[in-house]
Write a protein that binds this ligand. Structure first.
Ligand SMILES: *[C@@H]1O[C@H](CO)[C@@H](O)[C@H](O)[C@H]1NC(C)=O
Ligand SMILES: *[C@@H]1O[C@H](CO)[C@@H](O)[C@H](O)[C@H]1NC(C)=O
Ligand SMILES: *[C@@H]1O[C@H](CO)[C@@H](O)[C@H](O)[C@H]1NC(C)=O
Ligand SMILES: *[C@@H]1O[C@H](CO)[C@@H](O)[C@H](O)[C@H]1NC(C)=O
Ligand SMILES: *[C@@H]1O[C@H](CO)[C@@H](O)[C@H](O)[C@H]1NC(C)=O
Length: 781
């Protein structure tokens, strides 16, 4: 091999396909830690150089600017500045303005130099800051100092050398010890840990600045790492120069300055489905001593592939070095399918998790008038992708008679392709989407054909569930300005033309599901798969928990770090929480007044305990996860990390339910004619202009979780996300649940004195549980 892939330092989730013919999806996620990054979650923790709270009526953006300049303490100069991102917004309910700032050095953006400043009534109530705080020198000379890759490899090696009894017994993704070893070995190989340093192609001055190197070289190296297709890899390696020569560039010019980095579009990149967007930016790498960062010039690439949508940073000077990768596509995990006795299925309304939990019933299109003012089937002609090129008379709408609307496009995708507009959808019969679902047991080879017979029913279900989620999250504040998914935004702000493309029975995989979340203004894409875990096959579209989990990736990605920054939940603890929120929300949605434990994906996977290590449970025997569990072998993947987070939230949530009771519905009442939202039995009585506060424990927890996402910094740790939830409560209720929240978190080791030493990018480090709480809570026992 002429070039090896010294690139992906990565959690490589390779689908454990049962038959070797099914496609193997690959997903990379890696990036450096930012030792200087901080999140100050209460005004008392904020230290300033003289900044003081401004008048309550001050423009929150002015407050944020003053604050940033105060934090920069006179370092602002021609070579060091920042810009306020235009995806900043004010939350209509809490009145908190979430301001996002990006650092600029030597006129290049620092792609991971982020500040999120939360402003209320002239005060900065909390902020996150990962700005580079070293000297902005003329030009960084630090091309090749660090090798996070080597650290990663040695960690993997250590795991591989562990004794059998140190490995987890029930690791769902792998199933057995030999499975775990196999998985670790594939990670090791896939990351070319055994590889030697490789020569790389250097710059071609005609297409890039000499300092920056050649974006094409960086791209080819990235594609070698990213492509799941061995044939493509071989082709690139055997015809490297040919591939370089074929790539063409289109600079993207804006009429007016956007303040954003200059982007080039690169065409003819192998194994991609759209031109790659590339820009030259800085990223930060940990310094030798590990306590600060150094700037490194990279190509930031947005690479859309069949199964992945990457944002990657590749060293500009050393294009064989991949600095960070975030896959905007998020997988559900892959359990081991086990054939079992066939079940009988029916189809279900909202709250029925899967065909074993209830009957199919006729439900009406009970859209939420606030969230979906035009219903689920109407779409403006101008925003309808099937009518591209048609010049609409202004303001004209189309009523669709199929599963096609402003929030969701649902269709089959048996071919597993990227195109979706012309895929099959059921046609309503006089407004009714009423289709049989009666799968019969077949041989394994006919499993898919059998599922295709009820495609009308399953696309209908996916459309319904996804719209219900859209409306639910909307009412808790995932609205247009905070980056939700809609083709048309009703003039309420945010970027448009990003409804969710929902593919039912997607042919690109089995026993899984995934969601791609590009920045606000680009469609999210959900792909639901069949599960060959039983005969007849089970259809993930019919298990609401999986659909909710996937949609929630869109929610958490857009709310964390701002709508236009999709890179905040890429790996390690943050990536793990990205999984955990989905599990927590799916479980909360299916729960009822009578407490029970719940497992994720147990119907689709055909396993009582579902696809995680443990069901979500208050019982420490049933689910023993604590903060420190993250250090256990087998917890380097985002799903395992996420499971711990979801369990923490589940425990905390039950404390709020104990205190405030349980609401049978999570949907708030509809607004009155005059736009006022009535309190009903849902919200507390509202005094003056105070925000609406859900009255019950389960609804309050959902609200705190969403508000916390908006408050927390980009790339949050467990500590940051916990603190953000506690501040969300402070803002919403005046902190009346301060001790319940702390007790809940502390009961599973995430108390005040929980600690981590030497956190590593993929979630490594040494953690210790902490059970202590603020003094105010100890005396309250
Ligand atoms: C869509 O349906 C609504 C409600 O029936 C109707 O008022 C409207 O005229 C229809 N729009 C079009 C473009 O057919
Ligand atoms: C789906 O429904 C349409 C009527 O809307 C019907 O013609 C078609 O046969 C159905 N498809 C299947 C696979 O049953
Ligand atoms: C509540 O949920 C549990 C577990 O899913 C279920 O067994 C029970 O029947 C449900 N109760 C009601 C009233 O729906
Ligand atoms: C916790 O679960 C274990 C194992 O299922 C069971 O034996 C025990 O009784 C449970 N404890 C409580 C308090 O329910
Ligand atoms: C809206 O209508 C309700 C019920 O009629 C009334 O109580 C409320 O004061 C009205 N609010 C406004 C802002 O007019």
């Amino acid at each position: 091999m002429r070039f090896a892939i010294l690139a992906s330092f990565v959690a490589l989730a390779v689908a454990h396909a049962h038959d070797s013919t099914s496609p193997r999806r690959k997903s990379l996620g890696f990036g450096p830690v930012h030792p200087q990054a901080e999140y100050r979650s209460s005004p008392y923790q904020i230290t300033t150089n003289g900044f003081v709270a401004q008048h309550p009526s001050s423009d929150p953006f002015d407050v944020a600017r003053l604050f940033i300049e105060d934090q920069l303490a006179g370092r602002l100069s021609e070579s060091l500045s920042y810009r306020i991102r235009d995806d900043s917004y004010t939350d209509l309910n809490t009145g908190i303005t979430h301001v996002y700032a990006r650092q600029i050095i030597n006129s290049f953006e620092v792609a991971d130099g982020d500040m999120n400043i939360n402003v209320k009534d002239g005060m900065v109530i909390s902020y996150g800051n990962s700005f580079y705080n070293g000297q902005a020198s003329e030009w960084p000379a630090n091309a090749d100092q660090h090798h996070p890759h080597r650290d990663y490899c040695s960690q993997l090696e250590a795991e591989m050398n562990k004794g059998v009894d140190e490995l987890p017994v029930d690791q769902t993704v792998m199933g057995s010890h030999s499975g775990i070893r196999h998985e670790l070995r594939s990670l090791y190989t896939a990351n070319t840990c055994e590889g030697q340093d490789i020569p790389y192609r250097f710059h071609d001055e005609s297409v890039a600045t000499p300092e920056a190197g050649d974006v094409r070289a960086a791209l080819l190296q990235f594609m070698l790492a990213a492509t799941p297709n061995a044939k493509v890899q071989e082709d690139i390696l055997s015809n490297y120069d040919g591939y370089l020569a074929k790539m063409t560039f289109t600079p993207v010019h804006h009429f007016a300055s956007t303040g954003e980095p200059i982007v080039v579009h690169v065409d003819n990149v192998p194994d991609t489905v759209n031109p790659v967007r590339a820009s030259l930016v800085y990223v930060q790498l940990p310094s030798e001593a590990g306590d600060a960062t150094e700037l490194h010039l990279v190509w930031k690439l947005q690479v859309e592939m069949q199964d992945n949508w990457y944002e990657a940073a590749v060293s500009a000077k050393s294009p064989h070095r991949l600095i960070s990768v975030v896959d905007w596509a998020s997988d559900a995990p892959i359990p081991t399918p086990k054939p079992s006795a066939p079940a009988t299925y029916h189809v279900f309304p909202w709250g029925v998790n899967d065909p074993t939990a209830g009957e199919r019933k006729d439900v009406t299109e009970n859209f939420d008038a606030l969230a979906s003012p035009a219903g689920w089937h109407a779409i403006p002609v101008a925003n309808d992708p099937s009518l591209k090129g048609i010049r609409p008379s202004s303001g004209s709408w189309k009523n669709s008679t199929t599963t096609w609307g402003n929030n969701v496009f649902a269709q089959e995708n048996w071919q597993g392709q990227n195109s979706y507009v012309n895929n099959y959808r059921p046609e309503a019969d006089n407004g009714a989407y009423n289709y049989p679902y009666d799968p019969q047991e077949t041989g394994r080879d006919d499993g898919q054909d059998e599922a295709q017979k009820y495609i009308n029913a399953t696309v209908t279900q996916l459309f319904y569930t996804s719209n219900m989620i859209h409306d639910l999250y909307y009412r808790y504040g995932f609205d247009e300005v905070s980056g939700n998914f809609q083709q048309y935004n009703f003039g309420r702000g945010g970027r448009e033309n990003d409804g969710v493309i929902c593919n039912a029975q997607d042919g690109s995989g089995y026993n899984n599901a995934n969601f791609m979340t590009p920045p606000d203004g680009q469609n999210g894409r959900m792909r639901m798969y069949l599960w060959n875990t039983a005969l007849p096959f089970r259809d993930g579209d019919l298990e609401a928990g999986i659909v909710i989990h996937e949609y929630s990736h869109g929610l958490s990605t857009r709310l964390t770090g701002g709508p236009s920054n999709s890179g905040c939940l890429g790996w390690g603890e943050s990536g793990g929480m990205g999984e955990g929120w989905g599990d927590f929300l799916a479980t909360t949605i299916r729960a009822n007044k009578t407490y029970s434990d719940y497992a994720m994906g147990s119907w689709a996977a055909n396993r009582d305990n579902g696809i995680r290590n443990y069901p979500y449970s208050l019982n420490e025997t049933v689910n023993p996860s604590t903060y420190q569990t993250l250090d256990k072998p087998g917890y380097w993947g985002v799903h395992a990390i996420g499971e711990v987070w979801a369990q923490l939230l589940w425990v905390v949530s039950q404390r709020l339910i104990e205190k405030h009771g349980f609401s049978d519905t999570l949907y708030p009442p509809l607004p009155l004619e005059n736009g006022t939202i009535p309190e009903g039995d849902f919200y507390r009585p509202r005094i003056g202009k105070k925000p609406l506060v859900p009255k019950h424990g389960n609804t309050l927890m959902v609200q705190l979780v969403l508000n916390g996402m908006k408050l927390q910094p980009c790339r949050p740790s467990f500590f940051d996300a916990r603190d953000a939830i506690i501040q969300a409560d402070e803002q919403l209720t005046g902190g009346e649940n301060f001790c319940e929240l702390w007790k809940g978190f502390a009961s599973r080791g995430l108390g005040q004195d929980a600690a981590v030493i030497g956190r590593t990018p993929w979630g490594g480090g040494q953690r210790s549980n902490g059970y202590s709480m603020p003094t105010a809570c100890v005396t309250m026992e």
